[in-house]
Design a binder for this molecule. Structure first.
Ligand code: AMP
Length: 632
């Protein structure tokens, strides 16, 4: 059976034979103030796309539509779980963005400065992002579920000059106060000013000299210019932190030109996005999906994008479906953890809902497990529309592989991440870089940069080279263990490094270990992921206590509290095991595969890893020891 449609194969082959020409043709679909001199300049490990081109991500996303006949078209619909609804046409969005751009200039923000945004998925936050990129300031959005230390570290690494913060958000009916977290963060990191958006009753006090109320911030912009900056294609538009294999997160850089071209191209090729779409990505602006597919790409296309704050199953399990019906949503981007949650509520929650406007659903972030896919595809949507898994990372800015772009149901292989999209090149290799045959497990690598791939890590080009391009020299290392089948579909089997995915959010086990170590009772901590039906994975911890401390339920609770304060609610710790010592290699490295083997009740020799973690014999000895300590 021919799985991939001939027309798609043709497009792929064309892109394959001359990728630069393909990407140039994609770039031509966006406005440029000045056309590029050179499509692609690869100077390993970094690269530059559309050199010499002048553009502006925010201008292309907003102003261009206003001046091209779409001023009155709905650009943004801000919804939340307590029922507010605010819409902005492209012209209104432009006015708001200009206002905040003036405000930013009024408090001294200039081109190249970093602006931290600690706000939930609400219109003001999106307007702030667009205002930053408009004036050439570089935003770093920090997910509003992160704790104080995580926030501080991101502010510090980015060298942010100002912080824009909301005083609160709401989740499942509960107010989450953000300012105490900001206060904790600012004990460890410094910014010049904090702009505070106070929302309703019980407003927090402001710190004189440091804090500025949102309306005063807007007023401070009076008389300032709201002109957009013409940016060279390779100038950073934003940076976004993602977990790596050390305690310190990596700040991926995304640029004005290549990033816009990559995400705009994928929006059309993978998601079939058009200006008539009402698009709802259920992610959060704190993640890359939120940046690319709540904010920038739908706006680059000229579509209507929905930004939703809160839990999609609150106030009722049918809330998600009611929004689709009421807003006539035509395309959805969601995550496997959300699909599994909807599945747990059952199809009854969708009874009587009119889905006629809805044309397709996409999922990414982790494997869309075949049972969850089947439930959504067949039970919920009765095979009327495709539910499509696709793969990408914070660093790739947008999709790299997808199941079936506009091909219909027959091309979907449930459980597979899909085939590389045109202009992207993926292969499977051994850890030593040798090619592997179809069906054999290996590491997923990308063999050629594409425009939305991060060209560096903020202020750390060595780490970028080391972690991505030198592990299997000359190729981009994704960290994913996969195999490819005869049709070229990629099947994900796990991370090959120390990253876990909790509800689709990438968390470095070492970050969690470091958070545990902040508690005075903890001498050593080892963390791994444990499979979890709803969240994909949760953290499982092995803790060695310091002399004089005894294991207790009370201490467990305290440790959980510590991790929560440090990293935020995003890190879900499923269990804490107290042990006398951690399994270590002779060189003193924690053998995390031993934890994994204990948790999965497997032999350590069956746990694949690319990290150097000592011999299987040592691992088995350590496994027996841990097993004896924690019982079964
Ligand atoms: P993040 O940078 O947080 O978006 O995480 C990227 C990682 O998520 C990838 O390296 C994969 O491990 C995982 N991932 C993303 N999409 C998929 C997918 N469709 N199937 C399997 N794993 C995925």
């Amino acid at each position: 059976m021919e799985v991939i449609h001939p027309s798609v194969k043709r497009a792929m082959l064309e892109a394959q034979s001359d990728p630069d020409r393909y990407w140039a043709s994609q770039a031509e679909k966006l406005p440029w103030f000045r056309k590029w001199d050179n499509v692609f300049n690869w100077t390993p490990p970094t690269f530059r796309w559309f050199e010499g081109g002048r553009t502006n991500l925010s201008y292309n996303a907003v102003d261009h539509h206003v001046t091209h006949g779409r001023a009155g078209h709905a650009a943004l619909i801000g919804l939340n779980e307590w029922g507010e609804r605010r819409t902005y046409t492209y012209a209104q969005l432009q006015d708001e963005v200009k206002q905040v751009a003036r405000g930013l200039r009024g408090i001294g923000v200039r081109r190249g400065d970093r602006v931290a945004i600690y706000m939930p998925t609400m219109p003001e936050a999106i307007i702030a992002m667009l205002a930053c990129t408009r004036i050439g300031a570089i935003h770093i959005v920090i997910f509003a579920g992160f704790g104080g230390s995580a926030l501080a570290e991101r502010i510090r690494l980015a060298g942010a000059k100002v912080l824009l913060a909301a005083d609160r958000t709401q989740r499942k009916g509960k107010t989450v106060w953000l300012m105490p977290i900001v206060e904790k963060a600012l004990e460890q990191a410094q910014v010049e000013r904090v702009v505070v958006l106070r929302r309703g009753e019980g407003q927090p006090d402001l710190v004189p000299g440091r804090d500025i109320d949102w309306p005063d911030f807007i007023a401070a912009g009076q008389g300032q210019s709201d002109a957009y900056e013409e940016m060279e294609s390779n100038e950073p538009a934003y940076i976004l932190a993602t977990s790596g294999t050390t305690a310190s997160p990596k700040l991926a850089v995304h640029v004005h030109g290549g990033y816009a071209v990559g995400i705009h191209s994928a929006a059309r090729v993978v998601f079939g996005l058009s200006p008539d779409d009402v698009w709802w990505s259920t992610s959060d602006i704190g993640w890359v999906v939120g940046h690319s597919y709540i904010v920038y790409a739908p706006l680059l296309v000229g579509a209507t994008t929905i930004a939703y704050e809160g839990a999609i199953d609150y106030p009722s399990p049918s809330s998600f479906y009611r929004i689709i019906e009421r807003e006539k949503v035509s395309g959805i981007f969601t995550a496997p953890t959300a699909v599994r949650m909807l599945m747990a509520h059952g199809t009854a929650a969708a009874a009587g809902v009119d889905f006629t406007a809805l044309e397709r659903v996409f999922s990414a972030g982790e494997v869309l497990n075949p049972p969850a896919w089947e439930w959504m595809q067949k039970d919920l949507f009765q095979d009327r529309i495709p539910v499509i898994d696709h793969w990408w990372q914070t660093e790739t800015g947008g999709p790299v592989m997808a199941n079936a772009w506009g091909l219909g149901l027959s091309a979907i292989k449930p459980g597979a991440a899909g085939i590389p999209i045109p202009g992207c090149f993926a292969e499977v290799r051994t850890a030593e870089g040798e090619p592997v045959a179809p069906g054999e497990k290996g590491i997923l690598i990308l063999t050629r940069p594409f425009p939305s791939l991060t060209p560096t890590i903020w202020q750390d080009p060595e780490r970028y080279a080391r972690e991505y391009w030198q592990r299997i020299p000359g190729t981009y290392f994704t960290g994913d263990a996969v195999h490819v089948d005869e049709d070229g579909y990629i099947w994900f089997s796990g991370r090959a490094d120390e990253i876990i995915k909790i509800a689709g959010h990438r968390i470095g086990t070492i970050e969690v270990e470091t958070a545990f170590l902040r508690h005075p009772a903890v001498a050593e901590a080892g963390v791994t992921g444990r499979p979890d039906e709803l969240r994909g994975e949760v953290a499982s911890a092995f803790i060695v206590l310091r002399q004089g401390h005894q294991p207790s339920e009370e201490l467990k609770k305290e440790l959980l509290r510590t991790v929560r304060e440090e990293l935020g609610a995003v890190v879900v710790v499923g269990e804490i095991n107290f042990v006398h010592s951690l399994p270590k290699t002779r060189s003193g490295k924690i053998m995390r595969r031993v934890f994994k083997a204990v948790i999965l009740k497997k032999d350590p020799g069956d746990i694949s890893t690319i990290e150097d973690e000592g011999s299987v014999e040592d691992a088995r000895d350590a496994w027996r020891e841990i097993q004896a300590q924690i019982g079964d």
